[in-house]
Design a binder for this molecule. Structure first.
Ligand code: HPA
Ligand code: ZN
Length: 347
């Protein structure tokens, strides 16, 4: 059932966007590592970090495309060594999420970035899982973990990573695919995704961020993913737009990421409104908030300020985020009821 959404004055929209309950489905937890925490962890762990200070690092956050970001993002992650480091990183994110009324978050993590440096899978997953348990108990935010394969590495490497993760099967709800997209199409990972499917993991993949609509098609048809991360290039393919709408495939859109990585020249050119108007289950997410200039609420308020979107779109995006989440049905219903209540009582 769709709640009747009353129109609200434009000047009340930021408050509504902030207060409405929402889920975040596209957050790389390593991308939530703020420069201050990078330097604190570098010092705690005695890791040499190739920037003089927080300001120098922040100045380097001027990206021209995805790869120019990934180079700095992987350097930032090199300060993470202990279980407590992973816990502290995720805890800081959950605190921000709670402030933005995120009731549920699905955290991507990139184990290959860490295992390649000699950090054990056990260290990574235990730290992140403990942060999820505590976030629920202490902040009221529920969290699930999605393990991503790095697509610039081989499928063989992904299989080895899957093997290392199997002892923690119960702590990982799904599998994703990230890192440099162009030249690393979904089909490169068809076998390992088939295996993950057999094992009962939920499946997602980055596709159509910088790559062509063809990558969205193969993510759906060969990898059999349930959601597409980004997917904004889909607007260039009318048949794909129809497919996404008809099959209710959610897109986890990240407006400030797209802006920082020059996918769109400005937020006014963003196609979020077009995706919603086509009946596609788009959601708003932060991707790598420490690098892209904002968490969930920043993404919502800046995008709504730049585009002709209002209360109906706000409700639709929040509702889509719960509908497309991997939480169990009864929890999903409870979240949607909270969302309906917040719109019914907003004055
Ligand atoms: N795209 C691909 N890989 C990533 C991203 C992204 O936006 N963020 C972190 N890893
Ligand atoms: Zn991403």
């Amino acid at each position: 059932m769709m709640t009747l959404i009353r129109p609200i004055a434009a000047d009340r929209l930021p408050e509504l966007l902030q207060l409405m309950p929402k889920a975040e489905l596209h957050i790389h937890i390593e991308g939530s590592l703020e420069p201050e925490l990078i330097f604190a962890l570098a010092q705690r762990n005695g890791v040499r970090f190739p920037y003089a200070n927080v300001e120098a690092l922040r100045r380097a956050y001027a990206f021209s495309n995805l790869q120019s970001f990934l180079d700095i993002y992987y350097a930032g992650a090199s300060v993470l060594l202990t279980e407590q480091d992973f816990y502290d990183m995720a805890r800081a994110y959950f605190v921000k999420a709670a402030e933005d009324h995120v009731l549920h978050a699905e955290l991507f993590f990139d184990p290959q970035t860490h295992t390649a440096r000699g950090v054990a899978m056990d260290t990574v997953v235990k730290g992140l899982h403990r942060a999820c348990v505590d976030a629920k108990a202490e902040l009221g935010v529920s969290g699930l973990l999605i393990m991503c394969f790095l697509r610039h590495l081989s499928e063989e490497d992904a299989f080895a990573t899957l093997e290392q993760a199997l002892p923690f099967r119960d702590h990982i709800v799904g599998i994703g695919l990230d890192s440099g997209e162009v030249g690393n199409p979904p089909e490169k990972f068809a076998r390992v995704f088939a295996r993950c499917r057999q094992l009962g993991f939920r499946l997602v993949a980055h596709a159509g961020e910088e790559g062509p609509p063809a990558y969205v098609w193969t993510a759906l048809d060969l990898l059999k993913v349930e959601r597409i991360d980004h997917g904004v290039q889909s607007t260039h393919d009318a048949a794909l737009m129809q497919r996404l709408a008809q099959d209710r495939i959610a897109l986890t859109v990240c407006p400030l990421s797209n802006l920082k990585l020059c996918v769109f020249p400005d937020l006014a050119s963003h196609t979020l409104g077009q995706l919603l108007a086509a009946g596609i289950a788009a959601t708003v997410n932060s991707d790598d908030p420490a690098y892209f200039g904002g968490y969930m609420n920043d993404n919502f308020t800046r995008t709504f300020a730049a585009l002709p979107l209002g209360a109906v779109e706000a409700y639709t995006l929040a509702r889509n985020s719960f509908e497309a989440s991997f939480i169990e049905p009864s929890a999903k219903q409870a979240f949607i009821s909270q969302l309906d209540e917040s719109f019914a009582t907003f004055r």
